[in-house]
Design a binder for this molecule. Structure first.
Ligand code: 13P
Ligand code: SF4
Length: 364
């Protein structure tokens, strides 16, 4: 006999949706969604699948009524190593599903849409990393997890927004250097460098030059980041003026931002962290009883606003990631019904990408 608790019925799901989410969908839509969720949960059980849901999924996927595990990129990478399921259905973007596949070569990993890319992952390739390594020999390469397997296969260690500075410190210690190549997110690199009191520069890739002459004059006892010009197409839109306007309109507001936002924004807010860290912080003593606003992807704000009455839904600064939005109840159901779209990673590439990902997972 199975130890699984009984699944919620369509009626039970509808009732819960009506209690919690009626501000987001009219009644008939809640009924349709309840029917889809009931069907999806049944399929998850029948196929021995696990759904890994990134915090940027819409409320009808993120909600507790949909079986699965919610988290940020780092938490979900860790969960991907622990699952006993035969199928991983990743509700997120391609680099996340690819990371799960690298860690689980024998499992079937599905993503609801192959169009779910990421502007950061698209900004760099493995060939670019090889060129950087030629220009700066001996300098460890840290890649943000928002990269394709091809890029990861060329780097020393990956990091997520939840452990970026710890990974950089780990790499500098292991390679006995105070320099690091940190790619591809320009703003994340600048934000991490600032917290470490480090300098940062962005090399001209067209300049032919290898070795120390390619560096700016280093300052004594100051770590040096060598960055890349990638940007998140969602977080780059936030401006310092948005912070000022929000503080003017909501005096006393507590503002959190993702470190993919420009440094001029991050410097002005009260807290910067990964999606998981920001969610945890909503209930911290600093925040309780204050109005809270987020400078991040708006689907996460929507579900937080349904759960916490002090979370502001400030429409003028809301942003939606078009790649994350590729997952919706229709595409997710279809993914499990038709077993699409399967993520594959060539074995030689997978083997090379695995070590940097496993190093990232181990650095707490
Ligand atoms: P987190 O790792 O903070 O969840 O961020 C992922 C992401 O894509 C942010 O834009
Ligand atoms: Fe990539 Fe930005 Fe979308 Fe995250 S929010 S997946 S970093 S484009």
């Amino acid at each position: 006999m199975s130890n699984n608790p009984p699944l919620l019925t369509q009626q039970e799901i509808y009732k819960l949706f009506k209690e919690k989410y009626s501000q987001y969908s009219p009644d008939f839509e809640l009924m349709i969604k309840a029917c889809q969720v009931e069907k999806l949960n049944r399929l998850v059980r029948e196929k021995n699948a696990v759904i890994l849901k990134h915090n940027y999924m819409s409320w009808d996927l993120q909600c507790d009524e949909v079986l699965g595990i919610r988290g940020d990129s780092l938490e979900l990478s860790r969960k991907a190593t622990e699952t006993k399921a035969d199928i991983i259905l990743f509700l997120g973007v391609k680099f996340m599903a690819e990371t799960a596949k690298v860690l689980n070569p024998k499992k079937t990993v599905l993503i609801p849409s192959l169009k779910a890319g990421c502007s950061l992952a698209a900004s760099i390739t493995g060939a670019d990393v090889r060129k950087l390594k030629q220009m700066f020999p001996g300098v460890p390469v840290v890649a943000y997890v928002n990269t394709d397997a091809d890029t990861k296969s060329e780097v020393d260690v990956c990091c997520a927004s939840g452990n970026a500075s710890k990974v950089v410190k780990w790499a500098m210690k292991k390679w006995k250097t105070n320099k690091v190549i940190f790619l591809p997110d320009k703003f994340l690199a600048q934000n991490v460098a600032r917290t470490m009191g480090a300098d940062i520069f962005f090399p001209d890739m067209n300049r032919v030059g290898v070795g120390s002459h390619a560096y700016p004059k280093p300052r004594p006892n100051t770590p040096l980041f060598i960055g890349w010009e990638g940007k998140c197409e969602v977080h780059e839109k936030f401006t310092p003026q948005d912070v000022d306007d929000l503080r003017h309109d909501f005096p006393g507001v507590y503002i959190m931002a993702h470190p993919e936002c420009p440094p001029a924004v991050v410097e002005k807010v009260d807290f910067a962290g990964s999606t998981g860290e920001m969610i945890k912080n909503v209930t911290s003593p600093d925040v309780q009883d204050r109005q809270v606003a987020f400078f991040t992807e708006c689907a996460m704000v929507e579900i937080l606003a349904a759960q916490h009455k002090n979370v502001l839904q400030v429409c003028s600064i809301q942003k939606r990631c078009p790649h994350m939005a590729q997952s919706n109840l229709e595409t997710v159901l279809e993914a499990l019904e038709k077993m699409q779209y399967e993520i594959t990673v060539p074995e030689a590439l997978r083997k090379k990408a695995e070590l940097p990902i496993r190093r990232m997972i181990a650095i707490k």
